[in-house]
Ligand binder design. Structure first.
Ligand code: ARG
Length: 598
């Protein structure tokens, strides 16, 4: 468990903080600890905006009457300009309703604030986020989509909150699948120079294999490797020779890596996912041998039935954690070995304070093994390595998502079909009619990506959810397209206002729908902090969705451009502008972009 307390923020100016500080002061004056003054958003918005339960906790400890304690606290608070009413409810809850003036001030302050209300981390840390985890030649599927989308959002949230963040694709470019590919190519094109034992490194810049060759060869070779022991042995031998540095194999492998990476960068780019680093598993390879030596000298790596392992079980383990396999009986380094060496490599090259692994929950034991081995080896301290696991994307049958043919759906096919669906949906909804062909295509692309990504992000990362493109693509409900639609509406109000010469100016909150909107805008910082602390973009996704919904209510209740007087027009327009800014920031932190028009 991470020590969440170690992750503190500064600069919060939201009502939770302001009312919390006031209330804490009141508790202190009554001789109680400040922490009892904590204020939260009320779970009964019909009764109050904010609430404090401290009097109950204090009274319990002091064996006092909670309502009496609450009465004393309110005595210190009444008359404060932030508070419109403060009531004691039930056994001793404090119910706050904030004043219209305080809401107006808050809205005006948010308009001035570049960070739109967001606080910032107290201590800037260096954070590596290991996500995506694509592999050379193996096509990406919906599972890879999930880690990419969640990791990308966490990267943006962490960066926005002030950390120095490095997003690493941790490219799967090493190991047995490379030997399989070399073997397959050597069977198809045996005359290539790469297979000469004395290959000297002169090779054509042009790759002998294309992406489609790789995609065709990999399943073929993988199938053969499973059926044919002789083929498997050849692939294993090729893997070993590649790793040992055979020149021709390295040259050929470099082509595989380059061709795959180019295609992946393109697919990820279409998704709005960008890595800062494309380090491969191969990059950790130089660290493996010295690491094994070092850990053997420390007595951590020990022989076991011809293989070499690290024992990582702990006495208080609830379920058995098997030893981590470091070197197989055939002498090869394993998946865990690569991850461990990568930890060492990252320590040497980046010295990160925290590494987050956005990887499938099904690899949980693997990470427990690797992390413990790293702690034992002194490559990291407890809490520095974290598996921010994600659940499975299921089909309508509740099992891991497959296409009708039974295969996994490839990422670019998925993006394509989402794009087709987006176009159909836009047409059905009568949207985008006035757009040029190019603008329509751009809007459809943004809608498609928003549908796919928001479906991921609106679920908690550990939730196993059902992949249902039709539902994701709806313009109603908690969907990406709905968010974009509301964003575009706001943009169009601002454009109309500009045409009519109406300018945004000081916000004056009077109407209930305005109150509700400002209270929500005020909650941005909390949503961000919680997303950050829990590594859970769904909390931000929820905020953004509620913001869009609340805007829609506001706009229905409070006309902007046809408001009764100029001051009201300008005030409401300022709210639209502020809401749009926060909404777009939220979308950006989820890796989404809204079109200008629809
Ligand atoms: N390439 C792996 C896979 O496709 C995921 C890598 C995850 N990251 C890591 N550091 N192990 O399953």
């Amino acid at each position: 468990m991470t020590d969440l307390k170690a992750e503190a923020f500064r600069g919060s100016q939201d009502f939770k903080t302001v009312l919390g500080d006031l209330t804490a002061g009141a508790f202190v004056r009554e001789g109680f600890e400040a922490r009892f003054g904590q204020v939260n958003v009320s779970d009964r918005p019909d009764l109050a905006d904010f609430q404090c339960n401290g009097a109950l906790a204090v009274a319990k400890a002091a064996k006092a009457n909670p309502r009496e304690v609450a009465t004393k606290i309110t005595g210190h608070l009444s008359g404060d300009a932030h508070i419109k009413s403060l009531e004691i409810a039930g056994p001793g809850f404090l119910n706050f309703v904030v004043s219209d003036n305080a809401l107006s001030d808050r809205a005006n302050a948010l308009r001035e604030d570049e960070r739109l209300g967001a606080s910032i981390v107290d201590t800037r840390r260096k954070v590596i986020i290991d996500y995506g985890g694509p592999n050379v030649a193996k096509p990406m599927h919906v599972g890879h989509l999930r880690t990419a989308v969640i990791g990308e959002s966490l990267k943006r949230i962490f960066r926005f909150m002030g950390d120095e963040v490095i997003g690493d694709a941790h490219f799967g470019d090493w190991g047995y699948q490379m030997g399989l590919l070399i073997t397959a190519v050597s069977d198809e094109q045996p005359d290539l120079p790469y297979f000469d034992a004395d290959f000297a490194g002169e090779y054509p810049a042009q790759s002998p294999v294309s992406l489609s060759d790789l995609e065709r060869l990999y399943p073929l070779a993988s199938g053969k490797g499973k059926e044919d022991p002789e083929y498997r042995d050849r692939a294993r031998k090729a893997t070993k020779e590649l790793q040992d540095g055979r020149k021709g194999y390295r040259a050929l492998w470099q082509h595989f890596v380059t061709v795959s990476r180019e295609a992946l960068i393109r697919d990820y780019g279409a998704l709005g996912v960008e890595f800062d680093l494309w380090y491969g598993e191969s990059d950790a390879d130089p660290y493996v041998a010295p690491m094994v030596e070092e850990l053997t000298a420390k007595g951590l790596v020990v022989p076991d039935q011809g293989a070499q392992i690290i024992r990582v079980a702990r006495e208080d383990d609830k379920s058995e954690i098997p030893p981590m396999l470091v070197v197989s009986s055939e002498g090869s380094a394993m998946y865990g070995t690569t991850d461990l060496a990568t930890i060492k490599q990252r320590k040497v090259e980046f010295a990160p304070d925290l590494v987050l692994y956005c990887v499938d929950q099904r690899q949980a034991t693997h990470f427990v093994q690797v992390f413990r081995a790293a702690y034992l080896g002194g490559y990291a301290v407890e809490g520095q390595l974290e598996h921010a696991a994600n659940g499975t994307v299921n089909g309508p049958d509740g099992k891991p998502f497959k296409t009708r043919e039974g295969g996994v759906l490839k990422l670019y096919d998925l993006i394509d079909s989402a794009l087709d669906k987006a176009k159909i949906r836009l047409n059905e909804a009568g949207l985008g009619k006035d757009l040029s062909e190019a603008d329509f295509a751009d809007t459809a692309h943004k809608v498609a990506i928003a549908a796919l990504k928001f479906a991921e992000l609106s679920n908690h990362r550990l939730t196993n959810y059902i992949f249902d493109l039709d539902r994701f693509m709806s313009f109603e409900g908690k969907t990406g397209p709905y968010l974009l639609y509301q964003t575009v509406r706001m943009k169009s109000i601002l454009r109309k206002a500009a045409d009519q010469g109406v300018n945004a100016a000081v916000v004056t909150v009077t109407e209930p729908a305005e109150r509700e909107l400002v209270l929500l805008l005020d909650g941005f910082d909390s949503a961000l902090k919680e997303s950050y602390l829990k590594r859970a973009p769904n909390i931000l996704a929820d905020h953004v969705y509620r913001l869009a919904q609340t805007f829609s209510k506001f706009y229905a209740a409070c006309p902007v451009l046809i408001a009764e007087d100029d001051a009201t027009k300008s005030s409401r327009l300022a709210l639209v502008d502020l809401t749009l800014k926060q909404l777009e920031k939220g979308l950006d932190l989820m890796g989404l972009t809204a079109p200008e028009q629809m």
